[in-house]
Design a binder for this molecule. Sequence first.
Ligand code: PEP
Ligand code: MN
Length: 332
Amino acid sequence: MILELEQNTTPEQKEKLLERLQQMGFRTAVQEEGRITIVHGVDSTVKKELFTALPHVRSITPLSTTSKLVSKASKSGPTIIEVKGKKIGDGNLFIVAGPCSIETREQMEAAAKAAFESGAQALRGGAFKPRTSPYDFQGLGEEGLKILRETADRYGLLAVTEVMDASQIELAAKYADILQIGTRNMQNFSLLKELGKVKNPILLKRGFSATYQDLLMSAEYILSAGNPNVILCERGIRTFETHTRNTLDLNAIPALHEMTHLPVFADPSHGTGLRSLVAPMAKASVAAGADGIMLEIHPDPDKSYSDAQQTIGLEAFAKLVKQMKVIHEAMI
Ligand code: PEP
Ligand code: MN
């Protein structure tokens, strides 16, 4: 339900109204200038009349979508996320680059330098890796997070890393600015609820067999639990095609933009699984309107501990960023 407030409502009056709504049993209220969006169950079970008697309420609009807080109707403009002065979703192209896994200080140093020099805003690297085989490299854990933080700081970059379960949130949040939720965990609802309690923005990757609605409902879990800063990320889905690891669903970018105010990123590295396809699909993602691109880069891609086949080298990355910027300029 969206409550539009009377124009002359003072901050104190609004505060009182929020308290009253809480007493009425409404858990979270998202606030914007002049309006309050209330979180509750199915709209049809909550009568509009319940709110008509409240002071300072000019109009009441039910939110008919099931994904309420993420829906475009719930907010007057796009969600712009600001972290340490860097903005996501403000119309500029946000680039996250780095290796699949944090391996060594030297590797991270080289990746961070390349990311910085190309104009990227964030450094990525996994310290807890969701590997298909339990015998594969599982990540460096806290030691890796320290390396990520130090190298990101040296170049003024934000740090992005994946958390695989709720027990890792506190540690990861201590070192990283943005927490990534991987494709395999997109519907780990207890984890999503915990992410609602942290201050860090969440980069939520689409499950490889999840619909847009599934993805939006997962984001809804995080928003309704109190964290409004969610970035959606298209990272490819499983299709009948076996040539590529996944099929990057470019439709998702404009479609999600039509459905939600949240920023939408694309990850052509996992979306293709093949090094030669990463640059073309990254450029296509920019043309499709992605707010940000996530890329796996490495000073010696073939030696990557994980996802070597889809990791691009630093020179190829620098060239790609230049091209993406030209495409992005043309989109404005
Ligand atoms: C990753 O970013 O390295 C990763 C594991 O991503 P995904 O969850 O999309 O497979
Ligand atoms: Mn990877």
